[in-house]
Design a binder for this molecule. Structure first.
Ligand code: CO
Length: 458
């Protein structure tokens, strides 16, 4: 049986280990080899790469994608998309979502992995539809988490919903690496029993369970897994590509990967890893095995963000308290899976609750918006006391939040006029206005343009 391998070094692995700070120039020279080794796909865009390019690397993310595509001609390029959030942290109107997908495909993306943090599929419907319409592969996600309200039946129900929405494949996405081999086996088996589509599993090595989890998932019929070339594997990243390949082949599975070339690819990334360790960008802490995550459910990027957030506030000694506070905040919010943007919301609120010495003394505007229903339906019940505190007598939104948004692509394109050289620039601006404005002005030395507009219909 053939197992599809998706290589994550250019997206999730570097996002989980080094806060997505790898420059295009640092990996350009290995792309051709990565294209010929036999990966099913290379995850290289979306997630935090877009934001990081503009904010930290002085790179145009669209140009990065085009450059990758010009070298990677045979292997499918894959991206991660947060449904109606696109790559940002709030909901965008449908016209922006559609335009973003059209241009992602036009610039080189073949597979779009689409998720909603709350598994509220009203929030991925438009993305899935547009991806299919553009002739690309729409992979719908089931965001995996454990809680008193999540069970096998619920996940099987989600898989059926995805199939009926017309996705091309399904990815079970465990961003925290908390899924054990038993759970993986039962879950993949149960989904395979009711759904005809290929099933992929995405997990992280954080807790050390991942290779066992992958193997049992594959035994249950899983069609593909995500791995990272070994120098950027382990810890909060994915299991090593070479090790999974070795083990799977020994058990009679085929992967289509060429071992010699995998070694050459890894030899290329090794010195980069050394460089990031020396510069402090790669904290060896995130490379270890963190079994506390089995209790606290800390996803790959979240633990490293939390550590740097606490370090900045000279409060790293409070890490244990924050880790204890986090599950409580999560319960108050109706057990959302800890994936972007929920992981940031729960993380920041937990840090605030601990550092201020009083719970919910300050509530972030994101948590307020969540409780108001602007992110979709919470998986479980939100703490009524918290609802009261935030909403007072106001009623939460029960419809799809994007239905309350007016189209804005053309409106903003008109307002920012020649600051943007292309529709791609306009989208960058809509997603990250301040940093894109700075980026485009520095790039072209144009005058800053001030923009004001309203996007709410009601
Ligand atoms: Co991930």
């Amino acid at each position: 049986m053939k197992i599809n391998i998706t290589e994550t070094v250019l997206r999730d692995a570097q996002q989980s280990l080094i806060a997505t700070r790898m420059n295009y120039n640092e990996f350009e020279a290995i792309l051709e080899k990565m294209d010929s080794v036999g990966f099913y796909s290379i995850e290289c865009w979306g997630g935090a790469t877009f934001d990081s390019c503009l904010r930290f690397l002085n790179e145009d993310p669209w140009e990065r994608l085009r450059k990758i595509k010009s070298i990677v001609k045979n292997t499918k390029l894959q991206m991660l998309l947060r449904g109606q959030n696109i790559l940002g942290y709030k909901h965008y109107p449908d016209d922006v979502v559609r335009k973003f997908i059209q241009l992602s495909v036009k610039n080189g993306i073949d597979i779009i992995r689409i998720f909603d943090a709350l598994n509220d599929y009203r929030n991925i419907k438009v993305s899935v539809e547009e991806t299919v319409k553009c002739g690309a592969h729409a992979q719908g996600c089931i965001v995996y988490t454990t809680s008193p309200i999540h069970n096998l039946d619920k996940y099987v129900e989600l898989a059926k919903q995805l199939e009926s929405m017309g996705v091309n494949s399904i990815c079970v996405k465990d961003m925290a690496g908390i899924m054990g081999p038993g759970e993986a086996y039962n879950l993949i088996k149960a989904i395979k029993n009711v759904v005809k589509l290929p099933i992929y599993l995405h997990t992280h090595s954080t807790t050390g369970l991942a290779p066992m989890t992958y193997l049992k998932a594959i035994e249950a019929g899983c069609d593909g897994i995500d791995t990272a070339i070994s120098s950027f594997s382990g810890g909060t990243s994915q299991p090593a590509t070479e090790s999974m390949n070795y083990g799977l082949k020994q058990l009679g599975f085929t992967t289509g990967l060429n071992e010699n070339m995998l070694k050459e690819i890894n030899d290329f990334f090794k010195p980069l890893k050394d460089k990031y360790i020396k510069s402090g960008l790669l904290d060896p802490y995130v490379l270890g095995t963190e079994t506390d995550a089995l209790v606290y459910q800390i996803p790959g990027g979240m633990l490293s963000n939390l550590i740097s957030q606490l370090k900045q506030q000279n409060s790293i000694s409070r890490l244990d308290e924050v880790l204890l506070e986090m599950p409580k905040v999560r319960k108050d919010l109706g057990y959302p899976p800890l994936v972007t943007p929920m992981s940031q919301m729960v993380g920041v609120q937990s840090v605030t609750n601990v550092l201020l010495g009083e719970r919910y003394k300050n509530i972030s505007k994101e948590v307020k918006a969540y409780v108001r229903g602007e992110y979709g339906l919470a998986p479980g019940d939100i703490n009524p006391g918290l609802i009261k505190k935030i909403l007072g007598d106001e009623k939460p939104i029960l419809t799809r939040f994007a239905d309350t948004l007016l189209p804005e692509f053309n409106k903003i394109k008109n307002v920012i006029k020649d600051m943007a050289m292309s529709d791609e620039d306009v989208l960058s601006y809509i997603l990250f206005p301040q940093i894109t404005e700075k980026f485009l002005n520095e790039k072209d030395d144009k005058k800053a343009v001030k923009v004001s507009y309203t996007i709410r219909k009601v």
